[in-house]
Design a protein. Structure first.
Length: 473
């Protein structure tokens, strides 16, 4: 709708898209100064004037950014699309204001810092939550995660521990360091996407637009500093290495990605398929890939010194407030059974979670059976299935599959549907990461509506011809 509302000269002007997106992220970052996931000492009451203006500003900026992204997509699909280098510059310009913003849309970055400090203090991060650490840093962690172990692998925890040692618990320095790690991950994603697209016979510019410039990347990987950025960056360069004829290096990098967050381990299936496609028998290819994976895991775990407890903590993101499909159905079923007086009510959520895992397993088998000749696309769909039907869902989890679907989508229609999902999910979380209430939802809608009005007025102004001054008689 936004793309149709603007005249052709604006849609095809890369600089105007760049400026519009920059205005969006700048307003978004400014609004986050009072409405973001601020440190506890800086938190404002949600009803305070500054917090209200900040929330309106965040959604005003978010709609401007989304409009710029949609218009840039029209330009990418045009007859003379911008080069990947030009699009990478747009990404850097759009991201720049967010580098200076407080954490946005989630408080997970505080958990990362606390877990890194625990590792640095030789506390078992898999057996204890941040409450065991205590102190100001642990106080920043959301209450939901105070007593839960980390679900992350030794590679990420080693990075977090190194940051903790360098920053010595200073919160501003720690936040800056964790965002720098996320930016490195996004940079790896942006570097990998055009190369993956060329290997898959897709358009590199379209892959970069959908996979790196979409609002979810900017909001949750850059502004939110989520470790999914590092996972996806390592996964992307690992796949590039494997597609380029270096499957062993690819397996090492993908294993390192899985040792940040476990879903990346599915990328090893792509390495196996590529090895088999290169002429190696399936069994030796599988044994070779498994050996590389095992050696990398043992080495990384020994260097990090965290042990293997993360394998038993993978259900940490599953919380009572989780809005995964299986969790929603489980709660609804449990409520219905409780109303009937059944003793089976407590089993409803676990049963639905198991069903979701079974559905995911069936989908993965079907995807790889059908799409073995296209391993990158199969991997993207597999990660999307894991995110959609798993027991835990967050908006940024959609990036697991979106990143690779962007690089290997077989048609423009697939990219369009994927882009629509990304646009909707970008609006799904409030900037402080807390659950929404009616009042704040109305403020968010008001900010977005105000941005739509401004964009509409800009459209009218662009279409109205200038009236020449009257000549003197």
């Amino acid at each position: 709708m936004l793309a149709k509302a603007f005249p052709v000269d604006l849609r095809t002007d890369l600089r105007r898209c760049q400026v519009l997106g920059l205005a969006g992220t700048a307003v978004l970052a400014l609004g986050g100064e009072t409405a973001g996931a601020l440190p506890a000492r800086d938190l404002l009451a949600p009803t305070s004037a500054h917090a209200v203006l900040g929330l309106v500003g965040v959604y005003f900026g978010l709609v401007l950014l989304t409009a710029a992204w949609v218009l840039l997509g029209r330009l990418v699909r045009g007859g003379d699309p911008p080069t990947p280098r030009a699009l990478t510059l747009v990404l850097a310009v759009w991201a720049a204001p967010l580098l200076l913003a407080p954490p946005l849309f989630s408080r997970d970055v505080y958990s990362y810092l606390a877990q890194g400090a625990m590792v640095d203090a030789h506390i078992d991060v898999y057996a204890h939550g941040p409450s065991r650490l205590g102190g100001p840093l642990a106080d920043e962690v959301a209450p939901l995660w105070q007593h839960t172990g980390a679900p992350y692998g030794p590679v990420f925890l080693a990075v977090a521990a190194a940051l903790a040692g360098l920053t010595r618990g200073e919160l501003p320095a720690g936040l800056a360091g964790m965002r720098a790690v996320a930016v490195v991950g996004v940079a790896l994603m942006a570097a990998a996407l055009p190369r993956l697209a060329r290997h898959c016979g897709a358009d590199p510019a379209a892959a970069l637009w959908l996979g790196a410039l979409n609002p979810l990347v900017l909001l949750h990987l850059v502004a939110g500093a989520h470790n999914d950025a590092l996972m996806l960056g390592l996964l992307g360069v690992g796949l590039v290495a494997a597609l380029g004829g270096r499957p062993a290096l690819g397996a090492v990098l993908i294993t390192l990605a899985a040792l940040v967050k476990a879903p990346a381990a599915l990328g090893l299936a792509a390495v196996l398929v590529l090895r088999a496609r290169a002429g190696r028998p399936w069994l030796p290819a599988a044994l070779g890939t498994a050996a590389v994976c095992a050696a990398t895991t043992v080495t990384a775990t020994a260097v990090a010194g965290t042990g293997y407890g993360w394998t038993g903590a993978l259900d940490t993101p599953v919380s009572a407030q989780n809005w995964a499909l299986t969790s929603l159905l489980g709660r609804a079923t449990g409520a219905a059974l409780a109303s009937l007086g059944s003793d089976l009510a407590p089993l409803a959520v676990p049963a639905w979670h198991l069903l979701g895992l079974a559905v995911t397993a069936v989908l993965l088998a079907a995807i790889w059976w059908r799409l073995r000749p296209r391993p990158v696309y199969a991997l993207g769909l597999s990660l999307a299935a894991v995110a959609a039907f798993g027991p835990a869902v967050r908006p940024w989890y959609a990036l697991w599959g979106l990143f690779l679907i962007a690089a290997a989508a077989p048609s423009a229609s697939v990219r369009h549907r994927t882009a629509a999902v990304a646009g909707v999910l970008a609006l799904a979380v409030l900037p402080d990461g807390d659950p929404a209430d009616t009042g704040r939802l109305l403020l968010a809608v008001s900010g977005g509506a105000l941005a739509v009005v401004v964009l509409w007025q800009a459209r009218l102004a662009a279409r109205t011809p200038a009236v020449p001054p009257a000549r003197p008689a």
